[in-house]
Write a protein that binds this ligand. Structure first.
Ligand code: PEP
Ligand code: MN
Length: 351
């Protein structure tokens, strides 16, 4: 159930409706829109009796939500959600967000070399895993807290916003202290206790699509985070399992317009995990921007042959430069922009 407030409803009227919803034993989620506020109701097991709410001052109407998800649905918020990360970095809205960096943080030298390169090419967000969910327990598992400290040092040195994965509640506690965006990986997309914990964090969450998740399952996973009160969720398409074996996964670009129709949340495309092949990252990045993605997540490594994870899909800094150049051109065609990072001297001043 959604309570749509009138355009001129006052803050006090909105608060009174929220109070009433809580009195009825539910949770109220006021979501301001361009012209009016919608209040989502969660926590109900059956239908909510609308009459008690419709009678309150400032209420325009109560509408039943037709989809299983409520807070992620366009019905509650017509405008696209823009996740503000500070210093003019945003995900969603007219500007494209490009997150670039290695699969895993391997050392301070490695992280700094790649951060300098991706920043010079125009990225404003840096990625790198400190906790790596690996298929084999014998593969490199990440530097854990030391990796997070390196990421914090990257932010201080380069003014890049940091995106890094949490794999469980313990790592999330640490990740939220170091990161600007908490990544929840494909393998954890339906780790509901982790999603709930991320929903209680004050940091935005980047939620990757599960290995074989349908669109509804993907949106329901995001709903878990919003239902706990964290509305800053960024979706990420990273390919799904199919019979195709010419790529690691099958990048489902058709999900972008499908998500845009159903949800107000921003969605990025990760062509690195989506294809698993270095030479396919550039063409699929072009396509992702053309199809309407809000940005890209790209694995970049200066020495991919020596990378401790995902080297074969990591592109070189020079290839990333070309990617940024082409993305800028395609962005213009679809009326999007790509901002440039401020001069490094500026970063030092705001630190
Ligand atoms: C990653 O981003 O490095 C990663 C492990 O991605 P995914 O969860 O999509 O496999
Ligand atoms: Mn990876």
């Amino acid at each position: 159930m959604l309570v749509m407030m009138q355009a001129h409803a006052t803050e006090e009227e909105i608060r009174a409706v929220c109070r009433k919803i809580e009195e009825l034993g539910y949770r109220a989620h006021p979501i301001p829109g361009e012209t009016r506020t919608a209040i989502g109701i969660t926590g109900n097991t059956g239908p909510v009796d609308a009459s008690a709410l419709e009678a309150l001052p400032g209420v325009a109407e109560c509408i039943a939500v037709s989809k299983p998800y409520k807070l992620v649905a366009r019905e509650i918020k017509e405008q696209d959600t823009i996740v503000e990360l500070g210093d003019g970095v945003r995900v969603g809205g007219p500007e494209l967000a490009v997150i670039a960096g290695p699969c895993a943080i391997e050392s301070r030298e490695q992280a700094f070399a790649i951060a300098a390169a991706v920043r010079a090419a125009g990225a404003r967000l840096f990625r790198g895993g400190a906790y790596k969910p690996r298929t084999s327990p014998y593969s490199f598992q990440g530097l854990a807290e030391k990796g997070l400290q390196i990421l914090s040092a990257v932010r201080a040195e380069f003014g890049l916003k940091i995106v890094t994965e949490a794999v469980d509640k313990e790592s999330l506690e640490l990740v939220e202290q170091h990161a600007d965006v908490i990544q929840i990986g494909a393998r954890n997309m339906q780790n509901f206790s982790l999603l709930k914990r991320a929903g209680r964090s004050r940091k935005p969450v980047l939620l990757k699509r599960g290995l074989s998740a349908t669109l509804d399952e993907f949106l329901m996973a995001a709903e878990y985070i919003l239902a706990e009160g964290n509305y800053n969720v960024i979706l990420c398409e990273r390919g799904v399992r199919t019979f195709a074996d010419h790529t690691r996964n099958t990048l489902d670009l058709a999900v972008i317009p499908a998500v845009k129709r159903l949800s107000h949340l921003p969605i990025l495309v990760d062509p690195s995990h989506g294809t698993g092949r270095r030479e396919k990252v550039l063409p699929l990045s072009r396509a992702a921007v053309a199809v309407g993605a809000d940005g890209l997540l790209i694995e970049v490594h200066h020495q991919p042959d020596q990378a401790l994870s995902d080297g074969y899909q990591s592109i070189l800094p020079a290839q990333f430069e070309q990617l940024m150049d082409e993305v800028r051109q395609i962005a213009g065609v679809v009326r999007r922009t790509v901002s440039t990072p401020p001069a490094l001297g500026q970063v030092a001043k705001t630190r």
